[in-house]
Design a protein around this ligand. Structure first.
Ligand code: NAD
Length: 296
């Protein structure tokens, strides 16, 4: 049994913390939302009154927060993880944030003898609920090995991808591929429908051939039916495309398609679709042609 502090019990962190508690670990959780901590208590965890209380006795601390300012506040801020956790603690940040913050956190933590891994995930809410996430981990190999039994309780594909920040770079690559495929599936739907071809039937064929993908497999039906409840919100994908473009600049490379996809997602947000699922990129593509589906 490991003593765990878990900060950020939202769509992803909530079910992840519940799996860890169900496996017999002692999970002390904190979230600014009282509802979220109450859910953890109902799932067998303990409710902490703040970050300090959640991490004071912990051997491992996990954070699952929206973006880098939240991680900076919770980890580096006054009363945060680095001030409150014991030397020797392993801090695993599973939020999707910019790689430079992960690197800065790891460097700052060294002085406090706190070890750090960046371990963003892919697989969405369903992946979190079914303990089937893909986890891409940056940091020291020995720390990865120590954390692996915990990762295996929430994920199916768990890979050590390199040093601090590498997990975030792999996640940025994941998000640009996902965004690009959504954009192209949206264009395929608009082309098929505007040409008078049944989009569902057309995409069934695509899904079985070289154009097949997990997105076509899981999302073609809901996209053709225009069901866009999240899932993964456009607002969060917008944040992730910003991370991908900043990482490209940092690496001195040009990623033109990523730039285009980032603009389409930004358009979705500007058009008021920020809280819809990222498959709502289809609404942006329709808008570019002034296209409205004629329902039979
Ligand atoms: P969420 O908004 O549902 O959860 C974040 C939680 O953090 C919230 O409950 C919020 O109250 C809490 N929080 C914010 N600031 C806090 C603070 N200072 N102290 C304590 N708690 C605080 O978001 P989510 O969908 O669970 O996403 C979390 C991370 O995982 C994000 O970085 C996101 O990009 C990434 N992610 C999400 C998905 C998805 O499908 N939702 C998939 C993969 C990765």
């Amino acid at each position: 049994m490991t003593k765990l502090g878990f900060i950020g019990l939202g769509i992803m962190g909530g079910p992840m913390a519940a799996h860890l508690a169900a496996a017999g670990h002692d999970v002390s959780g904190y979230d600014v939302s009282a509802d979220a901590t109450a859910k953890l208590e109902a799932a067998g965890g303990r409710r902490a009154a703040g970050v300090g209380e959640a991490v004071a006795d912990a051997e491992v601390v996990i954070t699952m927060l929206p973006n880098h300012p939240h991680v900076e506040e919770v980890v580096l801020g006054p009363g945060g993880v680095l001030e409150s956790a014991k030397p020797g603690t392993l801090l695993i940040d599973m939020s999707t944030i910019r790689p430079e913050t992960s690197i800065e956190v790891a460097k700052t933590a060294l002085d406090k003898e706190i070890r750090v891994l960046d371990a963003p995930v892919s697989g969405g809410q369903a992946g979190a609920e079914q303990a089937a996430l893909s986890i891409m981990v940056g940091g020291e190999a020995a720390d990865f090995a120590a954390a692996l039994p915990l990762f295996e309780l929430v994920g199916k594909t768990v890979v050590h991808v390199g040093p601090h920040g590498a997990g975030q770079v792999v996640k940025a690559a994941n998000q640009l591929v996902v965004g690009g495929i959504y954009g192209l599936v949206a264009e395929a739907i608009v082309l098929l429908e505007a040409s008078g071809v049944d989009a569902g039937t057309g995409l069934d064929v695509l899904a079985g051939g070289l154009a097949g993908s997990r997105i076509l497999e899981l999302k073609r039906e809901s996209m053709v039916a225009r069901r866009f409840e999240p899932g993964f919100r456009i607002d969060l994908h917008h944040k992730d495309m910003g991370i991908a473009l900043a990482a490209a600049r940092q690496a001195d490379v040009s990623l033109p398609l990523t730039g285009l996809v980032a603009q389409l997602i930004a358009a979705g947000r500007a058009m008021g679709y920020g809280s819809l699922d990222h498959s709502a990129l289809l609404k942006v593509t329709e808008g570019l042609s002034g296209y409205t589906r004629v329902k039979e």
